[in-house]
Ligand binder design. Structure first.
Ligand SMILES: C[S@@+](CC[C@H](N)C(=O)[O-])C[C@H]1O[C@@H](n2cnc3c(N)ncnc32)[C@H](O)[C@@H]1O
Length: 379
């Protein structure tokens, strides 16, 4: 089976690994010795890989059938293997070579020299080099932490900045302090919804439209729901500003009563639910935080598709160091509001199974839990 390498951005590699696995559900995704490189084993079309990289928040590039060099080998052996690779993986059109680094400079290796050598190989094999606008690029990531170089035809930019954070929440016409960071919003949408064509996304409590905006600009059909009409009007302004093209649909209503809010044709066709509930008491003031989440989980279950996923983001007390890895499912977490055991029971009792959990450091007295659940299939 072919192996590809995904090169991840540095913001939260563990979440980025989960995101790329969700976007490529038929692939086996394995972490390499580097925290920012994953091996992807699957028979994938170029289109499937392109769609995954383009809509992802955490994947900076995918290197097709990549050659992997370890620091115990000589650099000449990498160049020789790249010569064979270029012969066996041909492309039509102009080309260029692009390199980037993880974890600083790799001792004893000049990226510039390697780019020159691989560029030389391409020229000798008859390719025209076009540095400004090539049809194809060979990407080369030098991961100093793990002592690995991965090299291959690339999809994606290789940039550490994702173009998503460039669309900062504060730049939108309608901003509130609750507005989510776009890169986290995009990642949560992808984790919950999977491949672009799988089905619609529901942003259950849309606020200023953080999730629905990211879902719709990445090409998904997405519904954003809120009880507060001011939020719906403001989220609409944000969608229009982002160039929504009709894929993001805002609905005024209650996320605990989805059957009454969603259009009929959406019921049973939802791939992912994303929830960023209000801190403390909900706007009606009638339900405690975990009880509101339970009611929303229950309502989501009733309109879900056969393999829907759910991503919840809730504030927690700081969780020590910024965690590089997924948390074990039996980790003890201190929620800012409500009891952890109660939140766990909300998922179990409404037909959802928690499949992954991560923390994000916000500041000295606040963290975020990102919790990923899958629907439990009915017999
Ligand atoms: C933390 S904010 C969401 C922020 C959002 N993620 C953003 O990027 O702006 C929570 C939102 O939930 C809404 N809300 C509270 N209870 C609700 C309910 N039962 N159904 C729908 N929306 C609700 C509030 O009006 C508020 O806008």
């Amino acid at each position: 089976m072919p192996s590809h390498i995904a090169s991840l951005r540095g913001w939260h590699p563990a979440l980025a690994r989960a995101e790329i696995a969700a976007l490529l559900p038929n692939a086996v995704v394995q972490r390499m010795s580097s925290r920012r490189l994953v091996r992807i084993d699957a028979e994938l079309t170029g289109q499937e890989m392109k769609e995954a990289v383009l809509c992802s928040s955490g994947c900076q590039a995918l290197l097709e059938h990549a050659v992997v060099w370890q620091k115990t080998e000589s650099i000449d052996s990498l160049v020789e293997r790249m010569a064979e690779y270029i012969d066996s993986h041909t492309r039509t059109g102009t080309v260029a070579v692009r390199s980037w680094k993880h974890d600083g400079k790799m001792e004893g290796v000049s990226a510039r020299e390697l780019v020159r050598k691989i560029g030389g190989l391409l020229s000798r094999k008859g390719y025209s080099i076009n540095l400004d606008n090539p049809n194809h690029k060979i990407g080369m990531v030098l991961d100093a932490g793990a002592g690995i170089i991965a090299c291959g035809w690339m999809l994606g930019t290789g940039n550490d900045s994702d173009g998503i954070s460039a669309r900062r929440a504060t730049d939108r016409p309608f901003f509130k302090p609750v507005s989510l960071d776009p890169r986290l919003a995009r990642l949560a949408v992808n984790l919950a919804s999977g491949p672009i064509k799988k089905g619609a996304t529901v942003d259950l409590m849309t606020g200023t439209g953080g999730f629905v905006l990211e879902a719709s600009v990445s090409g998904r059909i997405a519904y954003g729901i809120d009880l507060d009409e001011e939020m719906i009007a403001g989220a609409q302004q944000n969608l229009d500003w982002a160039g929504n093209e009709g894929r993001g649909i805002l609905l005024h209503g209650d996320a605990t009563q989805l059957q009454d809010v969603l259009p009929r044709n959406a019921v049973g066709a939802i791939s992912g639910f994303v929830l960023d509930p209000p801190y403390g008491r909900n706007s009606q003031g009638s339900l405690a935080p975990n009880e509101l989440i339970r009611a929303v989980l229950n309502s989501s279950y009733n309109v879900s598709g056969p393999d829907s996923n759910f991503v919840l983001i809730v504030p927690i007390h700081p969780f020590g160091e910024h965690s590089d890895e997924e948390l074990p499912l039996d980790a003890e977490i201190q929620l800012l509001h409500g009891k952890w055991a109660t939140l766990q029971s909300c998922f179990e009792e409404t037909g959802w199974r928690v499949v992954g959990q991560w923390v994000e450091h916000v500041h000295a007295s606040l963290g975020r839990l990102i919790l990923h659940a899958a629907i439990v299939p009915q017999d």
